[in-house]
Write a protein that binds this ligand. Structure first.
Ligand code: SF4
Length: 446
């Protein structure tokens, strides 16, 4: 009898049932290959398996029936079942027949299957692979991390070439995203910055399919994802949110403290005509109404946005509309850029390009107006007590951020005379403000 290495002795055992056509068989082979690469053993029977993967077929009614029967048998004989393959694309049908399955994914979902297997039985220790921590290698400081939830974009904003470079929206599986977020939280990350090209479109391409995190079904939708991220007990900040109507549903989560009351939502302009040429939602008045409703629901909300001055065809009147908008909207954090003709962008073909010095002049006028708004908002914080996250220390000074500030792009809170370790939540009383940053005094624990 051959001897088992210590790795093999510890290894989890996975049963595999493969149904369907040759394409499904190839998927099963790839799953088995990945399982073996990670050191799992393949069990030939139900009794010896820690978990059973059923790769299903959904081509015709009889194949659906056969797949559902196979899932039922595996549940009865083993109890721990992960479903993947064509029938898995209709997760509701599977869950309706077999609510006890641990995870459901569609065809070619190798990573989702592996994530589900990891949830049941951790991969055996591998001295080489384990040199990489579960949260992966990060280039950000230890206490915050970016969490990418999708790639690509379905919009076709005329100034942007991202969709032609990165393609249409491709959502990362919710199980994988949540596993990464959980690993990051366990590794000491205190703030997750959710990013993508279009964060609020999350799940649109997979029809908001139900995925699984720790065996629990969760819809691939930004609302459900935000709720689940909110359970990790750390700060969760949403970036690059396109102004879809369903964004409104995120605001109560902010008011309840589940995610940070911070919305990075690029509006780009306010003139109806320019927004139309940009191929963006073109209703500045509706945006103002929505902002009012958001503030009614969550008075603390920080709205960050970006705008473009000097877009082709922008007249002084259009620009004035933009200035009126920011004066009325009173956004807390704003970035502004002059239009720059990126090669390949369709906006370059629009008539009446604005001269460079005019674009620059409008940018400066815009920033002047916004500086006053920002200073007014920040000075209203003087005297308030707030929680901040420490980022760095400089000479006799701690640099921290409040819920209002995303790293790198927003302001900071200075704590003079304090030398605090990065990555700590502390309470401060705000004593001073300028148009960008705040100064505070540490509240000594009573
Ligand atoms: S600007 Fe953003 S929303 Fe518009 S096409 Fe580019 S990535 Fe998509």
């Amino acid at each position: 009898m051959s001897q088992m290495s210590p790795n093999q002795a510890d290894a989890g055992r996975v049963g595999m049932i493969s149904l369907g056509c040759p394409k499904a068989l190839v998927d099963s082979e790839r799953i088995i290959t990945q399982l073996r690469t990670e050191g799992y053993q393949i069990s030939p029977d139900y009794e010896g398996a820690d978990v059973v993967v059923v790769n299903t077929c959904g081509f015709i009614d009889s194949a659906v029936e056969e797949s559902l029967d196979a899932i039922g048998e595996a549940l009865q004989e083993n109890g721990k079942v992960i479903v993947t393959g064509c029938l898995g694309a209709d997760s509701e049908k599977v869950l309706e027949a077999h609510p006890d399955v641990l995870a459901v994914s569609g065809p070619h979902a190798y990573e989702e299957v592996m994530t589900a297997v990891h949830d049941v039985v951790k991969p055996p220790h591998d001295p080489f692979i384990d040199l990489v921590p579960p949260q992966g290698i990060k280039l950000t400081p230890k206490h915050y991390a970016y969490l990418k939830i999708s790639e690509g974009c379905n919009h076709r904003c005329s100034f942007c070439i991202i969709p032609s470079m990165r393609g249409d929206l491709v959502t990362r599986s919710i199980g994988e995203v949540m596993q990464e977020a959980e690993n990051l939280a366990k590794s000491g990350v205190k703030e997750l910055l959710v990013v993508s090209q279009d964060t609020s479109a999350y799940g649109l391409d997979v029809k908001y399919q139900t995925g699984f995190w720790n065996g629990r079904p969760i819809k691939s939708h930004i609302q459900q994802l935000s709720e689940a991220l909110g359970e990790l007990g750390i700060w969760v900040r949403l970036h690059y949110v396109y102004p879809y109507p369903h964004v409104d549903k995120l605001i109560p989560l902010m008011a309840e403290g589940k995610i940070l009351p911070y919305l990075d939502i690029p509006f780009q302009h306010a003139s109806h005509r320019i927004l139309k040429d940009m191929r963006r939602p073109a209703h500045a008045e509706k945006v103002l109404d929505r902002i009012k409703i958001w503030r009614d629901i969550c008075p603390d909300i920080t709205i960050r946005s970006t705008f473009i001055t000097g877009f082709p065809g922008e007249t002084e009147e259009d620009f004035q509309t933009l200035l009126d908008f920011i004066q009325e909207a009173k956004l807390s954090r704003v970035g502004c850029f002059t239009y720059s003709p990126v090669e390949g962008a369709t906006a370059n073909d629009l008539p009446n390009h604005v001269p460079e010095d005019e674009k620059q002049d409008r940018l400066e006028r815009f920033m002047e107006v916004q500086a006053d708004i920002s200073a007014e908002i920040l000075s209203s914080r003087i005297g308030q007590r707030m929680t901040v996250l420490t980022d760095d220390v400089a000479e006799d000074l701690t640099i921290a951020r409040s819920k209002m500030d995303a790293p790198e792009i927003d302001g900071v809170v200075y704590l003079e005379g304090e030398m605090l370790e990065p990555g700590q939540f502390v309470e401060v009383d705000i004593t001073h403000a300028d148009e960008h940053d705040l100064w505070g005094k540490l509240v000594e624990p009573s």
